[in-house]
Design a protein around this ligand. Structure first.
Ligand SMILES: O=C(O)CCC(=O)C(=O)O
Ligand SMILES: [Fe+2]
Length: 340
């Protein structure tokens, strides 16, 4: 499939020529196309990426098997308490994303937290066993045979893809090969997958003011790949019309949605802006009173933790690129939401 432009302005880039060609001219052309697409919306679709549809279907099926376990089984792998919670299971309504405005409004008023809308999903975070900061909470092998091996392998495939996409961005941005710091920042095992389950809900019980699947947010990542089932829900902000969202449609079955994260925006000094996105609870299918459940698997690409403060600048297309690594350990541990 060639690259396509959706009627709604989001581009979908077929990166197979980048991954498989030895021709530097076509690789550079593809890298440029990717950078241009992300520059526009902070997000784009990616096809031709080497993650086979059978593999991602299996990942979604195994994810469903996990969420089908009794709650007491899932709670055996509950996320760690404290400042580094991003591994293991987080149950329904236990994490809320707060916007900057909400956090400001809450300052000095701890009771305000109780009024916060719930993000109605459950999720299970997995990263590399080699990653030094976070520690996996694996389900017992007897409970889910093969789950751990499969997820480790899936994670590795996504890691390979993230390195290839990062290389393409660096080529597209014309970063000098001597500035290999960027590559090395992401060469380690910091990527992580999140198995996500958005439950089916009885329409009459949904207070659409108070309940969301995910409210609008940007990810605290360099960038994110979004793998999902066939059900609609993800929407990406149209940067030309702020607060207007474009459905990230699912009709191309093996399209991965790519969203730039906060660190990626800082890293590129805004040239590749962080994508604001949300996940909406769809209306029930015609004739039904309950909404359809949804499964998705974001893969978060994070920079390496590093104790050294580092500042790198370079010029591209009249933009000053800036990368600040301010003792990232603090930043990486910043909660994306608040667990209760
Ligand atoms: O489920 C999705 O498609 C998106 C999830 C998401 O935005 C997130 O976990 O940060
Ligand atoms: Fe997100």
């Amino acid at each position: 499939m060639g690259s396509i432009s959706d009627h709604n302005g989001l581009q979908t880039v077929d990166i197979s020529a980048y991954l498989h060609s030895n021709d530097p001219v076509s690789r550079k052309a593809k890298a440029d196309e990717l950078v241009k697409a992300i520059h526009g919306h902070g997000a784009c679709g990616i096809v031709g990426h080497n993650i086979h549809i059978e593999t991602w279907r299996e990942a979604l099926e195994r994810s469903k098997e996990f969420f089908d376990l009794p709650l007491e089984e899932k709670r055996k792998v509950d996320h760690p308490q404290g400042t580094v919670p991003h591994r293991g299971y987080t149950g329904m309504g236990r994490e809320s994303i707060y916007s900057k405005d909400e956090l400001e409004a809450m300052a000095g008023n701890p009771g305000a937290r109780a009024d916060k809308a719930l993000d109605w999903n459950e999720h299970y975070d997995i990263g590399s066993d080699q990653e030094p900061v976070h520690h996996n909470r694996w389900v017992d092998e007897k409970t889910m045979p093969g789950f751990r091996e499969f997820m480790k392998d899936f994670l590795q495939k996504l890691e390979q893809l993230h390195r290839a996409v990062l290389d393409a961005l660096l080529l597209g941005l014309e970063v000098e090969p001597s500035e290999d710091y960027f590559r090395s920042l992401h060469a380690g095992p910091q990527g992580g997958i999140r198995l996500l389950h958005y439950p089916s809900l009885l329409e009459s019980t949904i207070d659409r003011q108070a309940t969301t699947w995910w409210p609008p947010h940007t990810d605290f990542t360099t960038f994110t790949f979004l793998i999902r089932d066939q059900n609609q829900g993800l929407e990406i902000e149209d940067r030309s019309q702020p607060r207007t969202f474009i459905p990230a449609t699912t009709e191309i079955r093996d399209r991965i949605w790519f969203t730039m994260g906060d660190f990626g925006e800082v890293w590129s000094n805004g040239y590749l802006p962080a994508s604001k996105h949300r996940v909406m609870i769809p209306s029930p299918p015609p004739g039904l009173s309950t909404t359809t459940e949804r499964f998705s698997i974001p893969y978060f690409v994070n920079p390496r933790s590093d104790d050294s403060a580092l500042l790198i600048t370079f010029l591209y297309d009249g933009f000053l690129f800036l990368c600040v690594d301010v003792n990232e350990r603090e930043n990486q541990n910043r909660p994306r939401g608040v667990s209760v």
